[in-house]
Design a protein around this ligand. Structure first.
Ligand code: FKS
Ligand code: ZN
Length: 342
């Protein structure tokens, strides 16, 4: 399997986030990708190639244009206020406030275009975000070109980013852009299988009223876990999209047996849908030693996920999302890929 990777992710570094009342270094850090890259080399999964540059025309079909225009302006505007460090929002338009008027202030605009403070940006962030988008589309191109599967080593991740908002370390929804691109290339139906520990609320929002993309999520129950405000089982789609969104919320402490039962059910629904291609939002923060998560999957479980996905017998694009047990992330993420190939 080929991997697409860009060192331009490295500019997205030194970020801070709010954890339990303190500002601390963000868990989503550059070394995550380094560990994956060195593990890819160790197991000789296949060639690692550079992305080619892509414009944002496909991204504009899943994101709002004003949001895409806003992203590259964030850090220049932050600096123009005489600031440095991490750009972060702190006010959001919740119930009872106006969510329809974009403030002139950079702090107001950051709140308008986000749902949490997990989206720190620094000088090199925009270039990294752009490269992550290019990585996803380049890997999608490999699958479109006839490869059985490809791996997009994306950083930053994407599945929390919605049509017009960022959140949870995500800015552009790489998996959603790739899915849209497959459709634009002639695919009739695409399934997104999101195995990250956290609910992919952005992906769900983007495709919620559509029947050409089936979105299947296995994740920690939003009653207990971030992102808290989406991801319940009764969210099944709207209008034309009714029945094409599937959520499997699972309680803290979930281990392989019950996680796998959900995967089996989801895979059966996926097979019924009979998509032309599968996009996997690949998070390995379901790992027992993940520092921010509370599932109990082991290193031995990840290849089984890959093997089950391979059994679907469909062209498959893997898009990297979360995973914060940095020393194990390489073995676990690459374990899914080798499991797929075995
Ligand atoms: C406050 C707890 C909230 C945010 C967790 C974000 C998870 C991101 C992810 C992605 F795949 F997008 F990277 N933390 N400290 O793993 O879902
Ligand atoms: Zn996650």
């Amino acid at each position: 399997m080929k991997t697409v990777y860009s060192p331009r992710h490295l500019g997205h570094s030194g970020n801070m986030e709010l954890v339990a009342g303190a500002i601390v270094p963000a868990f989503e850090m550059p070394s995550r990708a380094d560990f994956i890259l060195s593990r890819l080399d160790e197991v000789k999964l296949g060639p690692v190639i550079d992305p080619t540059e892509h414009d944002f025309s496909t991204a504009a079909r899943v994101h709002r244009q004003d949001y895409l225009d806003f992203l590259p302006t964030v850090y220049p505007r932050w600096k123009a206020e005489g600031r440095d460090g991490t750009a972060l929002p702190f006010t959001w338009p919740t119930r009872g406030l106006r969510g329809d008027v974009l403030p002139e202030s950079i702090d107001g605009a950051l709140g308008y275009y986000s749902f949490d403070a997990g989206i720190g940006m620094v000088e090199g962030s925009w270039d990294a975000i752009k490269s992550s988008h290019d990585v996803a589309l380049t890997a999608a191109g490999l699958v479109q070109g006839g490869e059985r599967a490809a791996y997009a080593l994306c950083r930053p991740p994407g599945h929390h980013a919605g049509a017009a908002f960022m959140g949870g370390y995500c800015f552009i929804n790489n998996a959603a852009v790739a899915a849209q691109w497959f459709l634009d290339q002639g695919a009739k139906r695409v399934s997104i299988l999101d195995v990250d520990y956290h609910h992919g609320n952005g992906t769900q929002e983007i495709f919620y009223a559509r029947s050409d993309v089936q979105v299947i999520n296995f994740h920690a129950d939003p009653m207990q876990e971030y992102p808290y405000f989406l991801g319940h089982a009764d969210e099944t789609g709207a209008g034309e999209g009714e029945g094409f969104n599937l959520n499997y919320p699972l309680r803290w402490g979930t281990s392989w047996e019950s996680w796998n039962a959900a995967l089996e059910d989801g895979c059966a629904k996926l097979a019924d849908y009979a998509p032309d291609v599968v996009v996997v939002s690949l998070g390995v923060d379901t790992f027992e030693k993940d520092p921010i998560s509370k599932f109990k999957l082991t290193t031995e479980d990840f290849p089984k996920i890959g093997a089950r996905i391979a059994k679907l017998g469909l062209p498959t694009l893997f898009v990297q999302e979360g995973g914060y047990a940095v020393a194990d992330i390489g073995v676990n993420a690459v374990g899914v890929l080798t499991g797929f190939e075995s």
